[in-house]
Design a protein around this ligand. Structure first.
Ligand code: PLP
Length: 385
C-alpha cells in the first residue's frame, strides 16, 4: 500500500534540524531568548509591519488582539462565517458574542452583507466592537472595501491572516492589514513551528501589551506583582528557531505550491462543472492575492455528473487526502443560536468545494500519483456518462 498523501504536511529539511540543535545547545530552553527576538524581527520585516509578537498559537494571537481592542463581555464582534472555528472561539473567550457574515464568491467576507449587518444591528441598538475578516485558504480579504466600511462605523479591524502568510494584495503583505493581524504556524499551515502563531501590529503599545498579557501579566518587579489577569501564551525559544528556518524557506515553499496550482488548473481545464476556487476574476484586478496554501475546486454536480464527495471518496481509496472547505460557523451546532447575516454562498462553497493535496513537500512523483488518481476518476465518470 502506497503511503498516504496529505493535504498539507510539514515541510522540514536539514535547515530546520540544524536550527533546532543550535537553539538547544545555546541553553535557551525557555519561552524567551535570542531566537524569539530574532524571529519577531524577521517576521515584522517579512510582512512590512513594525512589530511582531511570537505566541503559542494563532488562536492566542486572536484572543490577545481582541482583549487589546477592548473587546469583552456583552460586546459584538463581526466575523466571517466561512472560517475555522478558532476565529469564533477566540471571540467567545473574551466574553463577547460573534456575529457571522456570509462569504462572497471569493470565500471571504461579503462587504455588502457587512454593511447590512452594521445597519441592522445599529437599528436594534446593538454596538459592534470589532470586525475580524478572515483570509480564506490563503487569499487576502478585499481590505479596500471591508476596512472602509469598518472605519465608517468607527470600528477597528483585526485581520485573521492565519492562512495567508506570504500572500500580498496590491503589493501589501498579508498580515499588514488592520489594527493588528494574527498569523498561525500550526502543523499544516504554509510554514510551521509545529504549533505557534504571532500577532503583527504597527502600534508599539499594542505589541507591548500583548507581550505583557502573554506572560501572565507580570509587573516588572521581583516579587511577581499582578494587576491584570494574564495568560501563558509565549512561543518557546526552540520553536522560534524552527520558525526562523521555515521563514527563510517560505518563498521557495510558496513557489512549490504555486506550481501545484498551475498543474491542477491544467488538469481540470475543459472538465465541465469544475472550476478552481478563488482564482482571480477580472473584477479583482487580475491579481491572485493568494499564497496558494490550499488549491481547491468547486464541483457543480449537475454539470459535472459527479459530486465533490464522489471525488473525495475515489481519492480516499487511493490513500490521498482531500477535504471539504470549512463548514460555515452558522451551521455549527455550537454556534446555532448566534446572530448571522447569510445569503447561502458559504453553504454552497462548503457543499461543492474540495481542497486537494497542496503541500510543498509533495515532490513530482507524489504529485503525479494525485494527478493520475484524478485523471482515472474523471475517465471513469466520462465512461459512465
Ligand atoms: C489555523 C487557523 C487559526 C488558528 O491558528 P492556530 O495556530 O491553530 O491556533 C485561526 N484562524 C484560521 C482561519 C485558521 O485557519
Amino acid at each position: 500500500m502506497a503511503d498516504r498523501i496529505y493535504l498539507s504536511s510539514p515541510d522540514v529539511t536539514q535547515a530546520e534540524e540544524d536550527a533546532l540543535i543550535r537553539a538547544i545547545r545555546s541553553g535557551w530552553v525557555a519561552p524567551l531568548g535570542p531566537e524569539v527576538d530574532a524571529f519577531e524581527e524577521e517576521l515584522a520585516a517579512y510582512t512590512g509591519r513594525k512589530y511582531a509578537v511570537a505566541l503559542s498559537s494563532g488562536t492566542a494571537a486572536l484572543h490577545l488582539a481582541l482583549l487589546n481592542l477592548g473587546v469583552g463581555r456583552g460586546d459584538l464582534v463581526l466575523t466571517s462565517s466561512l472560517t475555522f472555528a478558532a476565529t469564533a472561539n477566540a471571540i467567545v473567550y473574551t466574553g463577547a458574542e460573534p456575529v457571522f457574515v456570509d462569504a462572497d464568491e471569493t470565500g471571504n467576507m461579503n462587504p455588502d452583507l457587512l454593511e447590512v449587518a452594521f445597519t441592522t444591528l445599529a437599528k436594534e441598538g446593538r454596538t459592534v466592537k470589532a470586525v475580524v475578516p478572515v483570509d480564506l485558504l490563503g487569499k487576502v480579504v478585499n481590505h479596500e472595501r471591508i476596512d472602509a466600511i469598518a472605519a465608517a462605523h468607527g470600528v477597528p479591524v483585526l485581520s485573521d491572516a492565519a492562512e495567508s502568510l506570504g500572500a500580498t494584495r496590491y503589493g501589501r503583505s498579508a498580515g499588514a492589514f488592520g489594527e493588528a493581524a494574527a498569523i498561525s504556524f500550526n502543523g499544516n499551515k504554509i510554514m510551521t513551528t509545529s504549533g505557534g502563531g504571532a500577532l503583527l501590529t504597527d502600534d508599539e503599545e499594542f505589541a507591548q501589551r500583548t507581550r505583557y498579557l502573554a506572560t501572565q501579566a507580570r509587573q516588572p518587579v521581583v516579587h511577581y506583582e499582578h494587576t491584570d489577569i494574564g495568560y501563558n501564551y509565549r512561543m518557546s525559544n526552540i520553536l522560534a528557531a524552527l520558525g526562523r528556518a521555515q521563514l527563510s524557506r517560505l518563498d521557495e515553499m510558496i513557489d512549490r505550491r504555486r506550481q501545484h496550482r498551475i498543474a491542477y488548473r491544467e488538469l481540470f481545464t475543459d472538465v465541465p462543472g469544475v472550476t478552481l476556487f478563488g482564482e482571480p476574476s477580472g473584477a479583482d484586478g487580475g491579481e491572485t492575492h493568494d499564497n496558494f496554501w490550499l488549491t481547491s475546486i468547486l464541483v457543480d454536480p449537475e454539470a459535472a455528473g459527479f459530486s465533490s464527495e464522489d471525488l473525495r471518496d475515489a481519492l480516499g481509496i487511493r490513500s490521498i487526502e482531500s477535504r471539504p472547505l470549512w463548514k460555515p460557523m452558522h451551521l455549527q451546532p455550537v454556534y446555532a443560536s448566534a446572530t448571522a447575516f447569510i445569503d447561502g454562498t458559504g453553504e454552497r462553497l462548503f457543499k461543492d468545494g474540495l481542497s486537494l493535496p497542496s503541500g510543498s513537500v509533495l515532490d513530482p512523483s507524489r504529485f503525479a500519483r494525485v494527478a493520475e488518481a484524478i485523471t482515472a476518476f474523471l475517465d471513469s465518470t466520462r465512461a459512465a456518462a
